[in-house]
Ligand binder design. Structure first.
Ligand code: AMP
Length: 481
């Protein structure tokens, strides 16, 4: 049975309302197939591509099934990269917002103490990379006794980068009485054995061909020798005039080199690769997603699972290592039904790699002659104009949802022995406000942050000034996001 809207899944009103805010009007293919099973509590093993609405396919059932009340996390999502952890946590946080569910991203190379402090607060969903998650569980600071949902996302990629052992260790540490969902773009023996060992009669779901994103993408290739690639890159971008473009190269050094070259040519560009500081990587990703600059030069760090929409051109400056990576890279454009263009450079030596990719995708990729790429004066003028265009930032996802929510900062925290129930009681004591209007509460050392829902931020801000918390009137202000 085809399900055309979310109402048909009998979801809680808060979830339906959130999906409306997020403008998820119709379930995507994967959501149509996964939701009924996941909502019924079945173990699932899903073969799907990224960009198909996969996160919401497990995020909606998790948010529907878990309760606000328990203090310990009820869902654990394992992902291969830190970027993905942030992105998935944001999506889960959005979906669960009106149910007041909190999603916390957990990953390595940043302060463990901070994450441990956050874990002391009520947290419903953890989205993390396996290494740090395992460390925190074994240290006892990430309680797993209430975990009833385990999601292993991008399982093939996690195993590919050597995280299989960590994933298995984690599975052994969490309660057996749970739902497990495994998502993977490809199948291999490791994944098969994992599903057999740790899942109960998993239902296999394969997302049909039509949802493979590359079908909306026009693919082209250019034969070029290494030393001529930069010049060709410039010509291609001037000729095709992308509104936004990702350029993939195989090494960090090359990514840096291309970035330097394009910067010299005044392109609005930044790079993304594994050797960059975590903070910088996140910043670059967010800015690119919002449209702050048009050209992202990246290694395969950016190829997988990263939710960047509206990329009009993907350029493989270096041909990808591995067929699957090719699909993941070019899948950055043409997401969710929009069209895109993918151009691959290949050297004489790489002809056979090109053929292997065509065999794998079953699509013939036309070979264009770089000499026929004639850049006219009009092309040049448009290019110059594009480089100097003022930046118009895109709307952040969930913006409308967040507009109904005000975050208040109360100048009293752990030091003042503030507790969640006191905050709730004080706020509910304001005329016209109920517990339903209170979102996530975070008690920090010196302060407490409370989300107020349903446009009642100002009402609470005014009302709370006349109330006492732990015997004192406290200073309160609005947080700026
Ligand atoms: P994902 O495959 O999870 O990376 O999702 C790809 C993109 O689709 C993300 O930007 C989601 O926010 C968006 N998305 C997910 N589900 C839907 C839906 N039902 N309708 C519209 N957009 C969606």
């Amino acid at each position: 049975m085809e399900l055309h809207n979310f109402e048909q899944f009998n979801l809680q009103p808060e979830i339906i309302k959130t999906l409306e805010f997020l403008k998820y009007n119709k379930p995507t293919n994967i959501q149509q197939l996964v939701l009924p099973q996941a909502l019924a509590g079945k173990d699932l093993w899903v073969r799907s591509q990224t960009g198909s609405g996969k996160t919401a396919a497990f995020g909606i059932p998790i948010c529907e099934r878990i309760d606000w009340l328990p203090n310990h996390p009820q869902a654990l999502v394992l992902v291969p990269t830190r970027e993905l952890a942030l992105q998935v946590a944001e999506e889960l946080g959005n979906i669960g917002k009106l149910k007041r569910l909190k999603a916390l991203p957990i990953f390595g190379k940043v302060s463990m103490e901070r994450q441990e402090l956050e874990l002391k607060q009520k947290t419903h969903m953890i989205v993390g990379t396996p290494g740090r998650v395992r460390d925190l569980i074994t240290k006892g600071t990430l309680p797993v006794d209430a975990i009833s949902h385990l999601i292993i996302d991008e399982a093939d990629e996690m195993f590919h980068i050597g995280l299989k052992e960590q994933v298995e260790d984690i599975i052994k540490l969490i309660p057996k009485n749970r739902i497990t969902m495994l998502f993977s773009a490809t199948l291999n023996d490791d994944i098969r054995s994992l599903t057999k060992t740790y899942m109960i009669d998993p239902i296999e779901i394969t997302i049909q061909e039509e949802t493979i994103p590359i079908e909306n993408i026009t693919q082209l290739s250019y034969p070029v020798e290494e030393q001529d690639k930069l010049e060709l890159l410039r010509k291609v971008t001037i000729y095709y005039k992308p509104s936004s473009c990702i350029i993939f190269a195989n090494t960090q050094e090359k990514v840096e080199m291309i970035t330097k070259y394009l910067t010299r040519m005044h392109y609005p560009c930044f790079c993304l690769h594994g050797a960059m500081r975590q903070k910088d990587r996140i910043h670059v990703m967010n800015e690119f997603r919002l449209g702050a600059f048009g050209y992202l030069i990246a290694t395969d760090v950016a190829a997988r699972g990263i939710d960047i929409n509206d990329v009009s051109l993907v350029i493989n400056f270096d041909i990808s290592r591995g067929n699957e990576n090719y699909v993941h890279r070019i899948g950055r454009c043409g997401r969710l039904g929009s069209s895109g263009l993918a151009i691959t450079f290949f050297t004489t030596k790489e002809q056979s790699v090109m053929e292997r990719i065509m065999d794998y995708t079953g699509i013939t990729i036309p070979v264009n002659d770089p000499n026929n790429l004639i850049v006219t004066k009009t092309d040049m003028d448009t290019h110059e104009m594009n480089l100097n265009k003022p930046i118009i930032l895109k709307e952040k996802k969930g913006k409308e949802l967040n507009q109904t929510i005000t975050k208040l900062h109360i100048y009293a925290g752990k030091k003042d022995k503030i507790r969640t129930n006191e905050i709730v009681a004080t706020i509910c004591g304001i005329d016209g406000v109920t517990a339903e209007d209170i979102g996530i509460i975070q008690i920090l050392k010196d302060a407490t942050q409370v989300e107020i829902l349903n446009h009642k931020g100002n009402l609470v801000l005014d009302g709370i000034k006349e109330k006492t918390i732990k015997g004192k009137v406290r200073k309160v202000r609005k947080c700026t996001r």
